[in-house]
Design a protein around this ligand. Sequence first.
Ligand code: B3K
Ligand code: ZN
Length: 874
Amino acid sequence: MTAVTTQKTAKYRSDYRTPVFTIDSIHLDFHLHDTATRVVAVMQVRRLSAGALELDGEHLQLKRVAIDGQPLASTDYEVSATQLRIAQVPDNFELTIETEVNPSENSALEGLYKSGGAYCTQCEAEGFRRITYYLDRPDVLAVFTTTVRADADAYPYLLSNGNLQSKGKTENGEHYATWHDPHPKPAYLFALVAGDFDRLTDHYVTMEGREVLLELFVDKGNLHRADYAMQSLKKAMKWDEERFGLAYDLERYMIVAVDFFNMGAMENKGLNIFNSKYVLADNATATDWDFIHVESVIGHEYFHNWTGNRITCRDWFQLSLKEGLTVFRDQEFSSDLGSRAVHRIDAIRVMRSHQFNEDASPMAHPIRPDKVVEMNNFYTVTVYNKGAEVIRMLHTLLGEGGFQEGMQLYRQRHDGQAVTCEDFVAAMEAANATDLTQFRRWYSQAGTPLVSIREDYDSEQHVLKLTVEQQTPATAGQKDKQPVVIPLLLSLYSPQGERLTVEHEQLQRHESGSELWVCTEASATLELTNIEQKPVIAWLENFSAPVKLERDVDLEVYTTLLAHAEQEVTRWEAAQQMYLHVLLGAVREQTQLVLPTQLADSLRKVLHAPLDDALKALIFTPPSAEELIEYFSENVPLAAIATAVEDLRGQIALALSADFAEIYSGLSADEHDLSAAAMAARAMQNRCLYYLAKAKPEDYAAKVLTQAAQGQSMTLQQAALEFAVHLQLPDYQRALAEFASQWQATPLVMDKWFAAQASAPHAETVERVTELLDHPKFTLRNPNRVYALVATFCRNSISFHRADGQGYQFVLGIIKQLNTLNPQVASRLITPFLQWRRFDSKRQQMLKDCLIELQGIDNLASDLAEKVESALAQ
Ligand code: B3K
Ligand code: ZN
């Protein structure tokens, strides 16, 4: 059998059928070899309905098939590039299949592959079929037993899911280990690792009193960078017990860090495999955000043990069942442990700058998609982050108590099963005796609802009439939209900034402190009486629904909210709205941006107010060019946006430079202190230094360059490097050279060096990233390097869209190479091409030509083909 990639055809959610057979248990025996690993799979197969046995398999060499110990003749079955079909089989039987795979040649990093010197696997979504022929679908749950054999010196650790059953020496210097996972699971949760690592161990005693062995495996020499991940794991285990009542269920929990990995991490039962980026962190090499991400990804994968593993998905259209819910859980974990406002703002920014963009693109899909060609294309911000927002709306509507009751019922009903999003909503509904019929539209409808607000105040009658209208624009393949349930959190303030209490049967006082108005119609109104003066209203507080809000008010309203709102997120939002007002005004009117005195004064007050420094740093981060682009559906005025963004930053810097200098001199934090307060101080130090260097390069360039070359902490060093490069401070080349010579042996830090250059908003960035492809530390084979250099460049709209099309050509060339090398990574880089229709006619033509060129290449991977076709469809 040869490994030929065939074009996949679309699958539809509505076509779901229960499997014809199921597999109750499987014993896998791996004899590891770089180019010819042998896998013997012995499975107990059981018929569920009439039909042939059709097993999935790709890139496999079939060596042997036997039923109940009797070898089959080649005429007894058919093998294609994607399937093994056996027409005649008994109802209950033992199936033995022997295959051979080539881990060294596997550059797609799916199935069994080599990462550095170690063997590892990645099976979600459909990678297990690259290991053996199997019913590779999440609704087939089997008990796995796995034996791994390999050379004892080169691979001292042989790991798989579950509990260790036995181990020992065999002949020829080899050894083996057998693992047994008692919890039935789908094949996508299977994992195997073999290698030589440094190991960090610890213990955790569950709330039920069971002792769990915790093991973290990292590349040799990296043990000192594994502590933070271990501490994070223990915090996650405790948090899930305390907040959700969920405890761990195996004797050990293992995490292995590998350098070659397509995504962040993978929640394989009992044996998580992580991109080393989300495990390795110490003060010298990791920024504060790196630490925060390590904690949140460790949490995320751990939380999957219940939401994903114990209760899994029936089919891949239901992916948000586990991902949306688990992102919500990891967001809550980070918020309970750190600053809730900072984490919420981070999540809101992801929605506005990435998810809204996806909703407006030809690949727009509901959080529960209806049609999929390549499943790997659906691990999206929509399924994950909008999915988490949908869960958060349920939480807002039901409250923490009602939500947790729903979770308990969900677990009671479905533990050990493969279920659907509908099952989850039904459990929430039943536990709360409520009707979520209309709420379900959030699962089926794609697109970002537009919500417009009107406030009519009658100063004689003292009546305030509020009108909320919603409308969801058409998206690819989904023209007609229905109104959705919008939980609107809001607060009313007097013009002087005092919180007003209001009474209305449609308003409930929510546990967050805001009023909750649940809008379900295309147009909803509400009349409030006895309102003495026209109030100032904070709408959509805490981003209580994933919608775009349209509201026509002057800066005065936001000035009041920025100074007086009770909630930190509302204050941040007020500043963002003020910035947007100024930025969009300049872009739309094609005028030179002028920072209004009112905004400068408000910002000055924030700078000196007794607020959390982390919040201040976020308030002093105006919207990026990428966020502004979202406000234009056609003919995006790229040049005007770039100018306005720079002008606003420049004018804030000039107007407040004395204030920044004063604040800056008062900030300090011990570099080893990872408390929220120390991180906040560093965030604000960086913000101040940026504005100071922008306002007075002659006074601050030397400071920035020294900090970039030898910062005391990576948080300060990386930020300074970025400022030096982005502001093109004199001698920034020297800072780059010194940084590189200091960190050349640490790939994860070199990624920061690549990214600082790829994100520079200059025309010549294209030439620079092209040169960097030849840098000795760069390789297209490692996804982290590609993300640092190329994906960062793709998000740098100003340079990517350079008028001569060179940015497009650069990325196109990489996509073509990755098409054969690693299609999953290639597919992530194509995103900025998909929205070609939104740009001016010259850019439209160039972007479209790139898509047409891709469409024409031989052997285009299905990952890319699906996106190219949807982008070119009329
Ligand atoms: N479940 C994995 C993602 C798998 C992606 C496959 N292409 C990581 C996570 O969401 O936890
Ligand atoms: Zn996940």
